[in-house]
Design a protein around this ligand. Structure first.
Ligand SMILES: Cc1ncc(COP(=O)(O)O)c(C=O)c1O
Length: 396
């Protein structure tokens, strides 16, 4: 009998998707579900992007260059300039989503058994990308009581070993919604320089910074050219998750040359989606102003409704569109499943992501859930009401 690889067996299930069979069953039984588990925005994709695909007069849908179309990369570089990020198109490799950019980054800088330090809770697929790359995640815990701010830099330093190759942050954070300050980025910059590590920053939520805070990129920090690798994506920025376009950006020439070899092996990022993504760069600022206003409203409603529930603790997000809520339950995996299998309010229930999968330290975050506020305000209010009623009757 042929056998599955150890790596394959170790690949974690996505905590965001693992409850899908229970949700499907609930729907079959006639329940309707508020999906708070997944970061699929309900915001419309800019017309300009969709129109560009409709207008494209292509006779042969050919491969593009492995590093992505040159004109698209030049336009990305111009977009970054507006965000005070100064990189040339040669510092950019277009990828199949931010996901592939993460895989290329891991593959380019780490060998099997190397270590990467990541503040937890973190985007759950970092576990999957690490397992796929044979790399070990070394978590450093950030706490709900501190709003998930950067843990003290000494905590990172304690974890550095000869096998440590990189620190990975997500800014603004999924699942925490935390936005790192310039000072926090500078502390990380100092430590990676001191220990010769890479600093990978996943900045796919760059535009989603609230309350007048501005996002500070690792690419803006002077002296980090050899150390910084930025991960980016059109998925959330333009509500274009299905386009599957992202990019890896670094001024470190060896990183780019190496990532390009990975890019060559998979030939090309999607051609039609690059046309859409190139056009999306023309999206007017008013689109983002409206989207940000909408998310701030949703966040405010969600947080104030959650705070009204006895025993619920929640950190106020400053960016992205997620929050972590601590519930008066022992095991949020069981609770989330029970919500789908055994509970409803007038035929409605909610699907949430149990937060244990966003931690790599076993046993941490078991009483937390991640909520993606990707639904309209009215639906969010109803969804939180379902949670409130559920917590009144749920027995661990
Ligand atoms: C923090 C973070 N990084 C990367 C990704 C990957 O996005 P994509 O591959 O769609 O660009 C996501 C998707 O949800 C994310 O939340």
């Amino acid at each position: 009998m042929p056998t599955i690889s150890k790596k394959g067996q170790l690949m974690p299930q996505s905590p965001i998707r693992k409850l899908v069979p229970f949700a499907e069953q609930a729907v079959k039984e006639g329940k309707s579900i508020y999906y708070l588990n997944i970061g699929q925005p309900d915001i419309k994709t800019p017309d300009i992007a969709l129109q560009a695909v409709k207008d494209s007069n292509i006779e042969v849908l050919a491969y593009s260059r492995s590093e992505g179309s040159e004109i698209y990369r030049q336009k990305i570089s111009a977009y970054y300039k507006k965000h005070d990020i100064h990189v040339s198109h040669n510092d950019i490799i277009v990828t199949t989503g931010g996901s592939e950019a993460l895989l290329f980054a891991f593959g380019s800088i780490m060998d099997v058994d190397d270590e990467i330090i990541i503040p937890e809770p973190f985007y759950a697929n970092y576990n999957g990308f690490s397992t796929a790359s044979g790399v070990n995640v070394v978590p450093v815990i950030s706490k709900i009581e501190d709003n998930f701010a950067l843990p003290p830099i000494e905590e990172f330093e304690k974890l550095i070993t000869p096998k440590t190759k990189a620190i990975l942050i997500c800014n603004p954070g999924n699942p925490t919604g935390y936005l790192y300050s310039k000072e926090e980025i500078q502390k990380l910059a100092a430590i990676v320089k001191k220990h010769d590590l890479f600093l990978i920053a996943d900045e796919v939520y760059r535009e989603f910074a609230y309350d007048g805070n501005t996002h500070y990129s690792v690419m803006q920090e002077a002296g980090l050219d050899e150390y910084a690798i930025m991960i980016d994506s059109v998925s959330k920025r333009y509500s274009m998750c299905g386009a599957r376009i992202g990019c890896l950006v670094s001024k470190n020439k060896s990183v780019i040359q190496t990532a390009l070899k990975f890019a060559q092996a998979r030939l090309s990022p999607p051609t039609l989606a690059q046309i859409a993504s190139e056009a999306a760069l023309e999206t007017p600022q008013s689109y983002f102003d409206d989207v940000i206003e909408e998310y701030v409203d949703r966040r405010n409603i969600l947080i104030s409704e959650l705070q009204k529930i006895d025993g619920v603790k929640v950190a106020k997000p400053k960016g992205a569109f997620y929050c972590i809520a601590e519930l008066p339950v022992k095991n949020s995996d069981d609770f989330a499943q029970w919500l789908l299998e055994d509970f409803d309010v007038d035929g409605e229930t909610v699907m949430v992501a149990p937060a244990g999968g966003f931690y790599s330290t076993p046993g941490v975050g078991l009483n937390q859930i991640r909520i993606a506020y990707v639904l309209k305000k009215e639906s969010l209010i109803k969804a939180v009401n379902v949670l409130k009623e559920a917590l009144k009757v749920y027995k661990d």
